[in-house]
Design a protein around this ligand. Structure first.
Ligand code: SF4
Ligand code: SF4
Length: 298
């Protein structure tokens, strides 16, 4: 995990714990996790590869019909995220992707300066979310009641799948983390180039209010330079393609805007130069360095 980003997160936690983006992200994740969990658990549509209790609209249904409905639901989810990305690039990555949220939660315990209680709470949050991920995958393929009414061998097999999935998710968040989004996520890569953020995203809108603190660069989870997103960037390794504009890779997560709003308010009381919104004509970057007082190494 990037120590500079962790230091900025620590500062957020102490000095700006509440931000409107926290609420927006919670709404996005509630919708995506709600669909992933509630559709199969409620019986709206779910296969049961173990005992054959396939469900469509809460009623038993043949395998082929159930499979077609499940594929149809995932096609609709895909179409919805594609439409979002058509307008706003990788916005789903920043606001609704459960894997991105896993990365946020697993980096939380690593932020410096936590009390013992805070550390335990954050570890618990990360573990609970990591448990939800394999549960949401299994729920589409198994009747969850097997956990309570199955034979000991069946219950053991499901519990083993759940907990090994949880362990893998935690290990992924701890060691791979945002590098996955930057270099390896095939869906993110696809969205970067099929539907880059043409109309909506991060803009460096008021260069004259920039204090050149570089905080936005430090906090970006995928190592972009938020003030220069229209400019091409070299290879990022993995699956990513070299020399595409930084904007193609941006998750639209808003972390740079949040950092920018916070530091500018602290230092000058002015309006943040970075914005998340519909693009306006590009602005020129300010050359002055007179307010460069923030140091993540302090
Ligand atoms: S440039 Fe800003 S919005 Fe884009 S990924 Fe980086 S921090 Fe998130
Ligand atoms: S003032 Fe905002 S845009 Fe300028 S360097 Fe700092 S965080 Fe980045």
């Amino acid at each position: 995990m990037d120590p500079k980003r962790l230091k900025v997160l620590k500062a957020f936690r102490r000095l700006a714990p509440r931000h409107r983006y926290n609420v927006w992200r919670l709404v996005g994740l509630t919708v995506s996790m709600g669909i992933l969990l509630l559709v199969p658990l409620s019986g709206l549509a779910r296969l049961d590869l173990w005992r054959g209790n396939h469900l469509v609209l809460f009623e038993r249904a043949p395998f082929n019909l159930t499979l077609a409905v499940v594929i149809g639901i995932f096609s609709l989810i895909y179409a919805a995220t594609f439409l979002i990305n058509l307008v706003a690039g990788r916005m789903f990555c920043g606001w609704g992707c459960p894997i991105g949220q896993l990365h946020r939660l697993t980096e939380n315990p690593a932020t410096p300066g936590l009390t013992r209680v805070q550390l335990r709470v954050r570890r618990l949050q990360a573990a609970m979310f990591a448990l939800l991920l394999p549960a949401s995958v299994l729920a589409w393929w198994l009747d969850w009641r097997i956990l309570f009414s199955g034979s000991p061998a069946e219950r053991l097999a499901v519990a083993a799948a759940l907990f090994s999935g949880t362990g893998l998710a935690l290990a992924h968040g701890r060691w791979w983390s945002w590098r996955f989004c930057r270099q390896a996520c095939p869906i993110g890569l696809y969205y970067s180039f099929v539907a880059p953020a043409r109309w909506f995203g991060i803009t460096f809108q008021r260069p004259d209010t920039c204090i050149e603190c570089n905080l936005c660069d430090h906090v970006c989870p995928v190592d972009l330079l938020p003030r220069s997103l229209p400019e091409p960037i070299p290879s990022r390794g993995g699956l990513s393609i070299a020399d595409a504009p930084g904007r193609n890779h941006c998750l639209e997560c808003g972390d740079c805007v949040r950092a920018c709003e916070w530091i500018v308010r602290q230092k000058t009381g002015g309006i943040a130069p970075l914005e998340l919104g519909f693009h306006r004509p590009p602005a020129q970057r300010k050359e002055s360095n007179e307010f460069a007082t923030y140091s993540t190494g302090a």
